[in-house]
Design a protein around this ligand. Sequence first.
Ligand code: ATP
Ligand code: MG
Length: 263
Amino acid sequence: MTAVEPEAATRGLVEIHDVHKSYGGVEVLRGIDLTIAPGEVVAILGPSGSGKSTLLRTINHLESVDRGSVTVDGQLIGYEQRGDRLHELREREILKRRTQIGIVFQSFNLFPHLTALENVAEAPIATERLNKADARDLARGLLGLVGLADKAAHYPRQLSGGQQQRVAIARALALKPKVLLFDEPTSALDPELVGEVLDVIRDLAQLGTTLVIVTHEIGFAREVADRVVFVDQGAVVEQGPPSQVLVAPRHRRTKEFLAKVLG
Ligand SMILES: Nc1ncnc2c1ncn2[C@@H]1O[C@H](COP(=O)(O)OP(=O)(O)OP(=O)(O)O)[C@@H](O)[C@H]1O
Ligand SMILES: [Mg+2]
């Protein structure tokens, strides 16, 4: 494998400061403050429509913010500071900075016309980080990591949902992100396929990449997360270790939410 970047001293410190976001006059993020340590695993929980996906998407600047800032290892992601104002960067620079942050969506979003191997090798080649041979070697290794070494030549339509999601995780890892974001990675899967995807994420949690996981899998959050953040109506209502937030929530809305999802 070709080394593409020297290892930074800190990797994957995420600082979200006073982030606000509105759509058509409706404020869906109302001042989010969150600091996520390098290597920390944070589970984000909250009702439908509370702003979880929007928050995740502001971290890698798939959404712009109206106010506040997001930095990774001290670097602004979608913006640069000039004087006391933030200016949105050009697309090319946004894409470059975004490579530090991988994202895995509920709906996999694989390229249908590419094999599993090609899906994983695509970004390192497109960003000219690796030549084709090295990118394919890397992709083979990553498919092995997610337990799909034998599916490299399969197209997405030839794979189960769980396998497609594991390819998507391997693809997100191909640019060696400092931070990996998951937006309900198992909620599109049949119940019997959920476990294989959670197993892969559990392994990643051991590797030291910062993970931010929006999930409704309470048991998984309890087991894997260092911290649970409960979001409601665009604000952080409560956060803390899973043993506190999930077992002895302090806030009424957290209690109500947990009662609902735990049924
Ligand atoms: N691009 C958009 N344009 C307009 N409104 C949007 C847009 N994206 C999200 N919203 C609105 O913002 C609010 C928060 O949406 P978001 O997708 O972040 O919620 P969520 O917590 O991820 O919900 P879910 O659990 O259902 O995925 C919702 O009311 C949604 O309708
Ligand atoms: Mg969502």
